[in-house]
Design a protein around this ligand. Sequence first.
Ligand code: ATP
Ligand code: MG
Length: 352
Amino acid sequence: MTGVTLTNTIKKYGDIQTIHDVNLQIDDGEFCVFVGPSGCGKSTLLRMVAGLEDTTSGHIHIGNRDVTKVDAAERGVAMVFQSYALYPHMTVEENMGFGLKMNGHPKAEIREKVAEASRILKLDDYLKRKPKALSGGQRQRVAIGRAIVRGPEVFLFDEPLSNLDAELRVDMRVEIARLHKEIGATMIYVTHDQVEAMTLADKIVVLRAGRVEQVGKPMELYNDPDNRFVAGFIGSPGMNFVDGIVRGGKIVIASFGNREIETSVALPAEGKAVIVGLRPQNIMVGPGDVATLELRERLGAVAYDHLICPDGAKIIVETRGEDALEEGATVSLDFADQDVFVFDAENEARLR
Ligand SMILES: Nc1ncnc2c1ncn2[C@@H]1O[C@H](COP(=O)(O)OP(=O)(O)OP(=O)(O)O)[C@@H](O)[C@H]1O
Ligand SMILES: [Mg+2]
């Protein structure tokens, strides 16, 4: 078994604590994605698993082995970085085989392992080239190949696609998913891109300010977020949030012309504030007088309508974009009550 377990892990730089008591179980062969905004501690946590940062307290296990104090080189992990960190004077095959060569592996074995990685990553045509003669995507594939030839038990990726253009990112995302299927090793993948997280992960760990906000399968986090932060982070465009007030067992939304919502969730006391969340695709617009259509972004198959309510609240609605509404029009805003997510206004926890 080569899952990864973090138990009460804490990281402090001097007095500043950046990782707060993280507990996490990543199963053998699982594709686990750490996602969260910049500075939330994704790289730090990954580097702690790699052994590139020491762990202030708590334990890290890889399989049954406590590796908390073990050297990076002895942990059986290989890491792929955003900057490919290839040796410019070496060819693709020399780059991929270098780690094994340094560790004194026989030439025949290195050749075999490089050939296998090259086959998996479709690099056969580039083996004699130097990195400067490769595209960004090809360079990143070499960096991944270098990890593969080491035969690690756990692959660690820190934003490997961030330097690539949008189209190539999509291609490489598919490649990485395929790689995981083929190799079946445990992988931990760091990204701030929620689309990468949703599409690649078996399990997503949403981090915020060094704490785990929620762990779950992609669609679990999407359909059943524990709090406003996760609800807003997972899904693109993000969930809309408006203020509501509890009145007579219902929620009243002033921004939507005092629209009343009937709900089965456990609401706080009469007169208390709640936050109401609505996904952009669960709202319909039509001619009316609730909000103003400020801007329509047409993406092709869909459009994002940016609405502004009389009190200034802003809402994004996903539409097909083919109706007669024009920018500047006043619109109605309709949705089914059961599509609403409700959050406590004070601690932002989901009310269920
Ligand atoms: N050597 C260090 N000394 C002090 N603080 C540090 C050090 N390295 C990182 N930090 C802090 O730890 C926090 C987490 O940093 P980390 O690099 O893990 O974030 P991240 O989630 O990977 O962000 P990004 O998406 O921008 O890469 C940040 O607030 C950062 O400033
Ligand atoms: Mg980072």
